[in-house]
Design a protein around this ligand. Structure first.
Ligand SMILES: C[S@@+](CC[C@H](N)C(=O)[O-])C[C@H]1O[C@@H](n2cnc3c(N)ncnc32)[C@H](O)[C@@H]1O
Length: 483
């Protein structure tokens, strides 16, 4: 298969150690049906390795199997057919997601187990648009892997069927996979999660693996970590918030019981530019021109903008003090830019803790995908309260747990406008925290912010939240580059 096509299909093979770990976790404490063969499906079976490993593990326990492999690729179908020769197995060439075109009946049956490593097409891949139109989720941008997870769930025996899949790590936190998380939480439970802070094999994206049981009750989730699949302490049942399963492995503390009053969305709106704004602005940036300073994520540290003292890259070019020539923008991007030049709080997009900086004068232009948080009440006091709410150990721990797994590296998370709006707002006053932030005292802002959430900064919980937050906050002269 040529490399381009390999990439398109995500068709690397799964390392045997990962296949074995997923199969073992899928069968762990599972009770196979006694009166008939165990029905096993791999809807993207490649050379059949998951099916073979499952058949062997079940045979070792004295159970018979009936295997079904599906793959869209003729070579894969031929290899799987060879690998499974002599077993009770059928391998069909088909697009597993195309249920409308299911002429072989492969997606009509019910299965006790669904295993495998489905392709992870990017949500923007052109081919995916077609796949999505027949998607079980109906979510147009859900990636193919999420759709395979939903397909698997749909095909499982409702009482005790299990799915064990290798998936992109984004399934843990991305909004588009939310439908899969809530479907599983509503009609079953996660049983096992494997996650690795470092990449383990040649996949274009970071991966995880999970086992979930239909009809299962939410109990503790067993977890394995890293290339050695080391067992780590089980996590409490996460419901539909799966990010917490990896965030706590990265040291993010549990915020515990909080005094809350609504969400940040009650106080502000949040938005970020897209591709058009990114490229439109990139074409009008320079170091010398007249115009608003461009503040990228790399220039935002908690409570402070490093614009002018830290070099940045925008669309691969380096700048010392980038400004945007508004006159050089297209009318559409210029309108967007002008809407940004109001009092707001700018929030970095990819971080270990929330990094937010207030722009009370409304003079800074956010570099895409920096999130602009604009107060609903246009007062300076409210703006600083919002900045203080974001410069807070509780808010950071809450977001890190919700969005765990969404970042490009192990311990970072992606800050999306929608998740910021859902951030819990404290019941206590943020005025003290806001006053500290106005004078640039970030540690004192964090301590006062803990109190606003009803957390005593000197309690064990307060200290653990504060220590984690301060240690994860970037230091002066830290990161320099941005997209
Ligand atoms: C990442 S590979 C995994 C193969 C094998 N399960 C393994 O673990 O080594 C993904 C497989 O999915 C197949 N595939 C891609 N899109 C598919 C679709 N819509 N329906 C069925 N199979 C598909 C590819 O041909 C490829 O063999």
């Amino acid at each position: 298969v040529d490399p381009e096509r390999r990439r398109e299909l995500g068709a690397w093979y799964t390392p045997p150690a990962l296949v074995d770990a997923v199969v073992a976790a899928t069968l762990h404490e599972w009770r196979p049906p006694r009166d008939r063969a165990v029905r096993v499906l791999d809807p993207a079976c490649g050379d059949g390795r998951f099916l073979l490993a499952t058949a062997r593990a079940l045979a070792a326990q004295g159970f018979a199997v009936r295997l079904v492999g599906v793959d869209i690729d003729a070579n894969a179908v031929a290899s799987a057919t060879r690998a499974l020769a002599g077993l009770d197995a059928v391998v069909v060439r088909a697009d597993a997601l195309d249920r409308a075109g299911d002429t072989t009946g492969h997606v009509a049956a019910r299965f006790d187990l669904v295993v495998g490593n489905p392709p992870f097409l990017s949500p923007l891949a052109a081919r995916n648009a077609r796949v999505a139109s027949s998607s079980p989720s109906g979510a147009p941008y859900a990636d193919a892997a999420t759709q395979f997870l939903l397909l698997a769930w749909d095909l499982l025996e409702p009482a005790g069927g299990r799915v064990g899949l290798v998936l992109p790590q984004s399934v843990l936190a991305n909004r588009d996979a939310g439908v899969a998380r809530s479907t599983i939480a509503a009609s079953g439970a996660l049983r096992w999660l494997w996650w690795s802070p470092e990449p383990v094999f040649d996949a274009a994206v970071r991966t995880c693996a999970l086992v979930a049981e239909r009809g299962g009750l939410g109990t503790a989730v067993r977890r394995a970590l890293g290339p050695a699949f080391a067992a780590v302490r089980p996590a409490p049942s996460p419901g539909a918030v799966w990010g917490a399963l990896v965030a706590d492995l990265g040291g993010v503390p549990e915020p515990g019981a909080l005094a809350l009053d609504g969400t940040l969305g009650d106080h502000a709106t949040a938005s970020a530019g897209f591709r058009d704004e990114f490229y439109g602005v990139a074409a009008a940036v320079s170091d010398g021109c007249d115009g608003p300073p461009l503040v990228t994520s790399g220039l935002i540290d908690p409570g402070v903008s490093r614009w002018g003292d830290r070099e940045v890259r925008v669309a691969k070019r380096r700048y010392q003090a980038p400004r945007v020539d508004l006159a050089a923008l297209t009318p559409q991007v210029r309108r967007w830019a002008e809407r940004q030049l109001v009092p707001k709080v700018l929030v970095a997009s990819q971080t270990k803790v929330i990094e937010a900086v207030a722009d009370p004068a409304g003079v800074l232009l956010p570099g895409v995908p920096v999130v602009s948080v604009m107060p609903r009440a246009a007062t300076t006091e409210e703006l600083w309260r919002i900045a203080a709410a974001l410069t807070n150990p509780v808010a950071s721990a809450w977001l890190a747990r919700t969005a765990g797994g969404s970042g490009l590296s192990a311990n970072t998370f992606r800050v999306a406008a929608s998740s910021l709006m859902a951030l819990p707002w404290p019941a206590g006053s943020l005025d003290d925290a806001a006053a500290r932030l106005r004078v640039g005292d970030v540690p004192a802002t964090g301590r006062a912010g803990l109190e606003a959430y009803g957390v005593d900064p000197d309690s064990e919980r307060g200290r653990s939240l504060f220590t984690w937050w301060i240690a994860a906050a970037p230091r002066r002269g830290g990161r320099v580059s941005d997209r």
